[in-house]
Design a protein around this ligand. Structure first.
Ligand code: EPZ
Length: 408
């Protein structure tokens, strides 16, 4: 039986790093993993004038935004990582101005930002667009009631960060309730913000005049945890995960148990996952939290491609999150796409093959398929995987996986 310690959540620490722009005092974030996306966000914040000290050994990062030199976010990081757009709200709140290049869509869909802009506009921001940049100005952000047509995680976070320094009260209706949104709100409150309702569809923020500095530990990464849980299920394994919050994984635990996988909580903060052979097929529908997370859809599809029958996967969050299907087919998976639905006919075996990671979670899913497949697989596009998983190869090997990094 192998053991793996889950690291801090990428999708919690990225907005917190952006939120450090809201205070001139130092902010210390603990359990910040070594990820490409963390490096990208650091580069972006440094270009704005933020002083950053990275203590890799202790997975700590210290940020100080006392002296910002510009409120224009450089093109590079924003194109590379959609989360860069999360500096829009904090810069508007702190400087009354921000200029950010339109975030690129990526492999999983167009991913607009209309809800981000709708909320900030209601709070007093005026926008102009030129040369692929969005420029936002405001004499002073004021409270507003913002209804989100979709419980967008990023839009909720951008509006939340702008609201903490806005004049008056902001209410976000149909807000995202993801644990990472709650963690951001808890972090902001630890700096002196006044947010209530995070984790529910109704969030209320009383604006304050300033925030102080502070120290905060990021929650464990539920998507990394789910990835390792599925790794155990797909390989007939038996592993213990440490540093997990099982309440953040209820949908994933339930669906894994429906496949016949044993999932137990030997003690708080720990999960044991044991495969009981070939999985039973189950239907999956991705939904906003607490529904089944879209970020584990590709990984779960890998598991179901080996099931005893047919599974139906509905991807309701993103319109194109099936780029991994063609690659899985090269390994013998039988998957048919109809719009946002994938019909997975489970096979007894997968064959090793040369495949290419289309994006972060699709790449992780290909690693899982390759761990279970017969024969050798070569996976290109490892840079996608490095965006969201720290030392994945070494940690899988310590669990018994035969995974090696080839010289590029
Ligand atoms: C966050 O992305 C996560 N990223 C994603 O994780 C995750 O898949 C997603 O939330 C959903 O849970 C980070 O937190 C850094 P959304 P985000 O805004 O904020 C539509 C990973 O693998 N939408 O909730 O971009 C959008 O098109 C990444 O770690 C609008 O229509 O997700 C999409 O269909 C991938 N208008 C849906 O909402 C908007 O203004 C969900 O997007 C904003 C979003």
């Amino acid at each position: 039986m192998g053991r793996v310690k889950i690291k801090g959540a990428k999708n919690a620490c990225l907005p917190m790093m952006a939120a450090s722009l809201l205070t001139p005092e130092s902010v210390v974030l603990e359990d910040v993993p070594e990820l490409e996306d963390v490096r990208t966000m650091s580069r972006l914040l440094k270009a704005l004038g933020v002083e950053i000290f990275r203590d890799r050994k202790n997975e700590r990062i210290v940020l100080n935004s006392r002296r910002l030199i510009t409120s224009t976010a450089p093109f590079g990081p924003v194109r590379r990582m959609r989360a860069s757009f999360l500096v829009m709200g904090p810069l508007l709140a702190r400087e009354g101005h921000s200029r950010v290049s339109f975030p690129g869509g990526c492999a999983i869909g167009t991913r607009p930002i209309d809800l981000h802009l709708k909320g900030l506009e209601l709070m007093g921001a005026q926008f102009t667009m030129d040369e692929g940049y969005i420029e936002a100005e405001t004499p002073c952000l004021h409270g507003a009631t913002v209804y989100l047509d979709y419980p967008s995680v990023g839009a909720t976070e951008n509006i939340l960060m702008a609201a903490v320094l806005a004049r008056g009260t902001t209410v976000i209706e149909n807000a995202a309730a993801e644990p990472e949104v709650v963690d951001l709100a808890n972090f902001l409150n630890s700096l002196g913000a006044r947010i209530i309702g995070a984790g529910t569809p109704l969030i209320r923020v009383e604006g304050v005049t300033s925030l102080k500095g502070g120290r905060y530990r990021v929650i464990p990464d539920r998507i990394e945890a789910g990835t390792f849980m599925i790794a155990a299920a797909i390989t007939g394994g038996d592993i213990i995960l440490e540093n997990v919050i099982s309440e953040h994984l209820t949908a994933v635990i339930a669906k894994l148990q429906e496949t016949g996988t044993l999932v137990e909580e030997p003690q708080k903060g720990m999960l044991r996952v044991r495969s009981r052979g070939r999985p039973v097929p189950v239907d999956i529908k991705t939904l906003p939290y607490p529904g089944f997370p879209t970020d584990l859809q590709p990984q779960f599809m890998a598991l179901l491609s080996l099931a005893f029958g047919t599974s139906v996967i509905s991807e309701t969050v993103f319109e194109k999150r099936f780029m991994h299907v063609a690659e899985m087919a090269r390994m013998g998976a039988k998957i048919r796409i109809e719009e946002r639905t994938a019909i997975v006919t489970g096979q007894p075996l997968l064959q090793g093959a040369a495949v290419r990671a289309p994006d972060l979670r699709g790449g992780a899913a290909l690693v899982l398929s390759a761990l279970a497949a017969r024969g050798i697989s070569e996976i290109r596009g490892v840079e996608h995987i490095r965006r969201g998983y720290s030392r994945l190869i070494g940690r899988l090997r310590s669990l018994g996986g035969r995974v090696y990094l080839l010289p590029s």
